[in-house]
Write a protein that binds this ligand. Structure first.
Ligand code: ADP
Ligand code: ZN
Ligand code: ZN
Length: 740
């Protein structure tokens, strides 16, 4: 990778004396460096430059004839790191757009597109990816005769019968796959092999003939030439994945690369293996924050060099250089994890759409519950609307949804009698159930029965959550924890009671009701150790679990064929939340979790415990009517003046000194009003969590019904913000914010 530029060639090519360099510093400018020997430097190449007393890696952005900085003060570029630019002109344009649109410094934006290792001076070489295949004797092996108790070896061999595996894919099979691999290598069943540089066919394993709706969706995307954005609205189980696979196949055969973005929680080794098994001879890499530096750099380089044909990634993968990009897919496009919540606060979905437009390629946004933004765009004709209205597998039907009115039902530990009966019936039939409750811990708060004291966090405006297993009170905002007190810190009374319900409480209550049942709790606490969640998923697949209790981790795209009952506990708080998106999110979550029931032949049932069974949200759920619900929400948003009918920017500030935070925001507000532009400037208000880790938090909202007007305003406002006194506080601009 690290090649000294050939000076002879360089001097023939046109080269300019000044290079403008992007650096990862919080300043909105590029930095000028001299190129005294007129080396040919191409934008997108990394350079080493002196910065202060240190040396830094930057990215050359442009070469120009002169600089506003006096020549004597311009330091020279020390070294050019790459023979070819790491970032193409197109990608640089995309990053410039993001820097402009999100009002984030260009240097920081550009450097954030590089894996950490490529931001350092260490040389990086592309490793030959280790791969494994069955040997001649391995191919003649009858798996039925292979000892079943060697579970992992068995699984590895089965996977290798589908095709070649990379080391990462081997690791994904099981935490102990490495030793199984070694054993199989020693036994001679498998052998390492070279990567085939350019497979010719991209064989495509397709067990299904497409339904008529799927066929129409595929055809509609393929019909559009150059840029098109399609919203694939398909109910859960309608076979959206199959549509993706067909589109991907088509793109691969045309020699194109495919970018497939999925929500953070969905990107599992299983998903990676799934796509690998569908396209055994297309090189696939994944990109997500769970990879270590080395893996991420290698995968990134394989995509950048055009070797990887499929890039499967979370939001950060939207910035991967892909020289032959031909198709982008954003699965579960409504998912909030596509929005980055710090630094460059981008929406990967929106950036992906811009990228598709810029490169003239097709993009498909898929979801059972599209975001209102996308749905509105599809309705108004800006996107192409594609619908899958039926479940794809012939025998799978949508689950029956019923509400249990908790205002007139007896409850114990938050669980109602009808739900208990439904659980008992499943246990008797040997079917799985899932209880969904979006709160981890035992109870959200501990209370003194004598004086009403509540376990508050000393550092935050929030409450300490009771974790009974290790007898701790824990703040889910700042991480503060303390032992459960023996007596009330306020009055000394020893009768302290948990209030409300969390996953642990449901788990222990159910264990009491059903002592024989195998209950598995899945939340962030129970899956903290690496690999646990994978092991749990295997347990569920193997039918070693009767009742699952969990948070939204369980709601997403997993296929559990024996699951026939979903119980939902306590969804109501979202109905009176101050967040105007709360009910949109709740609906999406409930559709997802309901979609886990009855995926195979057995019909599913969903029971929702609520005090508001007549709420339109639950009515829409019962009737499986997203469209009607979306229309209701859109009408509400329109009359209230909320997105997607307006465009918003949120200025957030936080600091230890309340006075300073509010003064800053009030000055920002006055500056905004004084600009007198076509935007609405709201008042300064406390954040939803007004104090966090001893920092006071407040915010200021500005909105406009024109995206362009809002951008023009930001261009004028942002430099003013930079001049306001804000020494001891942190502030940030969030364009198109999702959280308030
Ligand atoms: P979605 O992502 O829309 O929820 P999936 O892609 O997971 O749905 O598909 C649901 C199930 O339907 C899967 O088990 C899949 O194998 C099956 N399936 C998909 N397409 C077809 C088809 N054309 N014929 C039969 N089964 C199909
Ligand atoms: Zn008390
Ligand atoms: Zn706290």
């Amino acid at each position: 990778m690290r090649v000294a530029p050939n000076l002879d060639v360089a001097s023939i090519l046109c080269a300019a004396p000044i290079v403008r360099v992007a650096l990862d510093v919080p300043l909105p400018t590029l930095f000028d460096y001299a190129n005294p020997e007129l080396i040919n430097i191409i934008p997108g190449q990394r350079v080493i430059i002196p910065f202060g007393s240190a040396q830094m890696v930057g990215v050359a952005m442009e070469c120009v004839a002169d600089s506003a900085v006096p020549l004597a003060r311009i330091k020279p570029v020390l070294q050019v790191l790459d023979e070819n630019p790491l970032l193409s002109a197109e990608l640089l344009a995309l990053l410039r757009f993001c820097s402009d649109y999100y009002h984030h410094p260009l240097g920081a934006t550009v450097l954030s597109a590089l894996p950490a290792r490529l931001r350092s001076k260490q040389p990086v070489t592309l490793k030959q990816a280790a791969r494994y295949r069955l040997s001649a004797s391995g191919r003649s092996l009858d798996l039925n005769l292979f000892p079943k108790r060697k579970v992992v070896q068995h699984r590895l061999l089965a996977a290798l019968q589908q095709g070649v595996l990379t080391a990462a894919q081997v690791r994904a099979i099981s935490p102990s796959a490495a030793s199984a691999l070694k054993a199989l290598l020693q036994a001679g069943w498998i052998e390492p092999c070279e990567v085939s540089a350019a497979p010719s066919t991209y064989a495509f394993n397709s067990p299904h003939t497409l339904t008529a709706e799927q066929q129409q969706a595929v055809a509609a995307v393929q019909r559009a030439s150059a840029y098109s954005c399609s919203l694939l609205h398909g109910i859960t189980g309608s076979g959206k994945t199959e549509v993706y696979v067909h589109l991907m196949h088509h793109a691969l055969q045309q020699g194109q690369q495919v970018l497939l973005l999925v929500p953070e929680i969905n990107l599992t080794p299983q998903l990676e293996n799934y796509f690998h098994s569908r396209f055994p001879d297309a090189e696939l890499v994944s990109l997500h924050s769970g990879l270590n530096d080395g893996e991420r750099t290698q995968n990134w380089l394989r995509a950048q060099m055009g070797r990887a044909r499929i890039v499967l990634g979370t939001r950060l993968a939207v910035f991967t250089p892909l020289p032959q990009l031909g198709l982008i897919i954003v699965d579960e496009e409504h998912d909030a994890s596509f929005k980055q919540q710090d630094g460059l606060r981008y929406s990967a979905r929106d950036v992906a759409i811009f990228r598709a437009k810029q490169q003239g390629v097709a993009i498909v946004l898929g979801s059972a519950t599209p975001s209102l933004e996308s749905y509105y765009n599809a309705q108004s004709g800006r996107y192409q609307m594609l619908r899958l209205t039926q479940r794809a597998a012939t025998l799978a039907t949508l689950p029956q949804v019923r509400c249990i009115n908790i205002s007139n039902t007896l409850m114990a530990h938050g669980i109602s009698e009808p739900l208990l009966q439904a659980l008992a019936a499943r246990l008797q039939r040997g079917e799985q159930s899932l209880i969904f409750i979006n709160r981890r811990g035992y109870a959200p708060v501990l209370m003194c029965t004598a004086c009403g004291w509540l376990s508050g966090c000393a550092n935050c405006a929030g409450k300490l959550v009771l974790h009974l297993q290790d007898r701790m009170l824990r703040c889910h905002h700042c991480g503060h924890q303390q032992r459960v007190p023996h007596a009330c810190p306020s009055c000394g009374n020893t009768d302290l009671q948990p209030v409300g319900i969390g996953t642990q409480r449901v788990e222990s209550a159910l264990q009491e009701y059903f002592p024989q049942a195998r209950i598995l709790r899945v939340d962030r606490d129970s899956t903290r150790n690496k690999g646990t969640w994978n092991a749990m998923r295997q347990q569920i697949q193997d039918d070693a679990v009767d009742i699952l209790v969990g948070t939204q981790m369980l709601a997403k795209g997993h296929d559990f064929p024996n699951l026939t009952l979903v119980g939902v506990i306590n969804p109501d708080s979202a109905l009176y939340s101050s967040d105007f998106r709360a009910s949109e999110k709740l609906f999406a979550q409930l559709v997802q979790v309901a979609g886990r029931a009855g995926r195979a032949e057995k019909p599913g049932e969903v029971l929702i415990q609520t005090a508001f069974p007549d709420h339109p949200l639950f009515r829409a759920l019962r009737e499986h009517d997203y469209e009607n619900w979306a229309q209701t929400l859109l009408a509400e948003r329109q009359s209230a003046g909320f997105p997607p009918f307006v465009y918003q920017v949120l200025l957030r500030a936080e600091g230890k000194n309340k006075e300073e935070v509010y003064t800053f925001l009030h000055q920002a507000q006055s500056a905004a009003v004084a600009l007198d532009m076509a935007v609405e400037v709201y008042g300064v208000v406390p954040a939803a969590l007004p104090r966090r880790a001893n920092h006071l938090r407040a915010q200021l909202l500005v909105q406009s019904n024109s995206r362009k007007a809002l951008q023009q305003f930001l261009k004028a406002w942002r430099p003013l913000l930079d001049t306001l006194p804000a020494k001891k506080l942190r502030w940030s601009l969030d364009i198109d914010p999702l959280e308030f």
